[in-house]
Design a protein around this ligand. Sequence first.
Ligand code: 9MR
Length: 517
Amino acid sequence: HDKVIVGGNVVYYNIDESFAETDKMPQIHIILKEGATLKTGDQLTLVESAGRSALNGGQWQFEIRYPQAYTWEVEETTDAEGKYTLKVRVVSEDYSGQGEAGYEDDDEDNGNEDIPQLDIEAEMAYNTPLRTYAEKNNKFVGTCVPVWNINVDDDNDAKTKLIAEQFNMVVCENEMKFDATEPSQGEFDYYHGDRLVNFANRHGMRVRGHALVWHSQVPGWLTSDGNKNSFNRSREELLAIMKNHIENVVGHWKGKVAEWDVCNEVLSDDQSAVRTDPNAYTLRPSVWQSIGEDFLDSAFVWAHRADPDAVLILNDYGVEFQGQAKAEAFYNLAKYLKEKGVPIDGVGLQCHLDVGNVDINKLKATIDRFNAIGLRCVITELDLGMDDNEANRMQQAKDYYNIARIAMEADNCNELMIWGLTDAMTWRGGRNPLLYDSDLTPKPAYYGLHQGLRETSSAPTAISPLPYGKPSATHVVAETYYNLQGQRITSSAADSIYITSQLMSDGSVRNKKVINR
Ligand code: 9MR
């Protein structure tokens, strides 16, 4: 960029791109030469510019990747003449962890290369439903249900049947939200929520509750738009409203709804504060936030008192990949709540993502680091948008496969929820993000997810011919595994390369090399 001067031992990626036009976040990697020693107070000037406004109209954003040494602080200054400078400074010679996992790979390598080739036709040979694999691991695979639009009272309805067959967890898409459950102040409506709970009971499914405290889908009597305290209620009045809502709703479904999104989407999308303060987070302005930041503590405490056995979750979007500013802020907030004794059990990663943009290493890093601080990390609203074509359909299958594996292999992740059933019933109209076509035919995405669940499921499962979709001439009837020395092995260890030998229904044998990561 002609107005950016880059100095010091800094490698700039995408240097040819105009920051005014790119949608990529410039990354600055600080790489220390072997043997380099820095002292507290040493600083590097990373960027100088005629003015902040010269950098993408002031919308300049950047990401710094630190070496795995020292503790660093960032400083952005604009002097009296408007000259902008971005510096980093060593503030301690101890390593702070700023350069941990998630920074190790660069963006060109999102860790997705070495996955086994998905063989959709072979996968079709397994008629085991998704939930069976999850159940073998005491885990849950689920979907959100638009209860107003699916007849969950009729077990013979095609969609109802499919949901009960494939999933062991459900969540109302809209029917347990504030506007649905308390449409008039103090008057509660549990009708549709109860319908889903009854359906789940009949089919041995776990129920998530979504969502108690959220700025969106709130009734007009509470706020005009969710963002403002439009009726100028006092802190005490708003707290009383929140308490009454939580006590009633959680109380009504006590013992029936296993888990609640207590606070939903409380973070602002602008988390630039984390670049200068590694512990920062910025809350979104909302009717709830106007109570003061401790609305979060109160919400979790009241939910816990209303159902001490319920799992309590802080849920958000755009927080999936470690290193993203909002992901850092999300971690900071959850850690802060947990450390001060708020009864939070875990976090929800919504995962409204796009095909091809799923960075599994960073997703894994996110899940792992919540584990390290004793928090669950569940996938709450997965959908993967794409334009509908063959290549994207296959990539979508791979992305579902990868996410299933990462989630099912993580000890602190017991749930993977898809945000909807068919591409005809999604909030992302035209983006085809789900597992089923509108006629309920499973897409490659379904088989990708299926394979991911199957491979991470601990017990063997039956193979039988072609349950769904288009019939294929041959299918797998038995599968044996060999190591690279040709010795037979019983199962494939994680992080190994092995050969799978498939006996097909027509008597032929297919051998494939599988890289199991
Ligand atoms: O899928 C939901 C859609 O039917 C509603 O119109 C919309 C209203 O905000 O909410 C959708 O679900 C959202 C979820 O409750 C919270 N995370 C984002 C989801 C997609 O917008």
